[in-house]
Design a binder for this molecule. Structure first.
Ligand SMILES: [Zn+2]
Length: 100
């Protein structure tokens, strides 16, 4: 196991881990269980982390992460009124897909 990066929140951590896994790099999110305790611990102890299983895939994982972190920031407003940003293709509030 190798720690790849720290994510600003669980949504990003999950998005990145899913994308890496889909590309053949086994990845998962750690520390997500602490997200509810952020008032009691230093902030950097609570942020979710993305870990990869095989350290030999680190370079490829980091390259992919770079692209994931630099996608154009599409923002769109869902039919439910939620402003969705950060490259998400579906509304995190109601699950509706981004209109094409
Ligand atoms: Zn919505």
């Amino acid at each position: 196991m190798l720690k790849l990066t720290q994510a600003p929140n669980l949504l990003f951590a999950t998005l990145w881990a899913d994308a890496l896994t889909a590309d053949g790099i086994e990845a998962n999110v750690q520390r997500q269980f602490l997200s509810g305790a952020s008032g009691e611990l230093p902030l950097d102890q609570c942020l979710p982390e993305v870990w990869i299983k095989h350290a030999s895939q680190e370079l490829r994982a980091r390259e992919m992460l770079f692209h994931l972190q630099h996608v154009p920031q599409h923002e769109w407003v869902c039919q439910c009124g939620e402003l969705v940003s950060g490259g998400f293709g579906e509304c995190w509030s109601c699950g509706t897909l981004m209109p094409r």
